[in-house]
Design a protein around this ligand. Structure first.
Ligand code: PRP
Length: 176
């Protein structure tokens, strides 16, 4: 059955996002001085955040991507996560920072942190633009957080609803 969208409410403006991205990039640049880290973007949602973040990081770094797909309704505890594209750079002995748009239930990041950790990086940290708490089922350590909020179906700035709204420059909450 099609879900009816009644409207959308602005949650974070372009300016708020830009300020936050700049602050996060400064912290990352300081913390990874001399470490030449690999930033791993999680497709598709993180593409815009990663692109903006990397333009503000002032130290040398490399970029790679992973793509994960979740099967079945993620509301269910059986939600299965599968890797559909792995990293291509060698990870062993490297400083790795995973860059994600949102941590919600937490299954995606639990899977990814375990997957990357198994490759033997020298260090492994997580940067998430949004930490959404209400539905969290597993504890996820987030080293760099942009915004924390409780709930709401968010779209824009990489986040989608059935592939819609991904390219909006602001972040909205959908009203159903
Ligand atoms: C979303 C989002 C995170 C993940 C968070 O991606 O971009 O990667 O879900 O999920 P969690 O509830 O397990 O914490 P999605 O699987 O919708 O794919 P997409 O990035 O391609 O939109």
């Amino acid at each position: 059955m099609a879900v009816e969208i009644k409207g959308k409410r602005l949650v974070f403006t372009r300016e708020q996002i830009a300020d936050k991205v700049s602050t996060l990039a400064q912290q990352i640049s300081q913390d990874y001085q001399g470490k030449n880290p690999i930033l791993i973007g999680v497709l598709k949602g993180a593409f815009m955040f990663l692109a903006d973040l990397t333009r503000h990081i002032s130290i040398p770094f490399k970029i790679d991507f992973v793509r994960v797909a979740s099967y079945g309704a993620k509301d269910y505890s059986t939600g299965e996560i599968k890797l559909t594209k792995d990293v291509e750079l060698p990870i062993k002995g490297e400083h790795v920072l995973i860059v994600e748009d949102i941590v919600d239930i937490g299954y995606t990041l639990r899977f990814l942190l375990d997957h990357i950790a198994a490759k033997g990086p020298k260090s492994l940290k997580l940067c998430a633009l949004i930490n959404k708490l209400e539905r969290r089922k597993v504890e996820i350590p987030i080293d760099y957080v942009g915004f924390t909020l409780d709930k709401g179906f968010l779209v824009g700035y990489g986040l989608d609803f059935n592939e819609m709204f991904r390219c909006l420059p602001e972040i909205y909450e959908l009203i159903f």
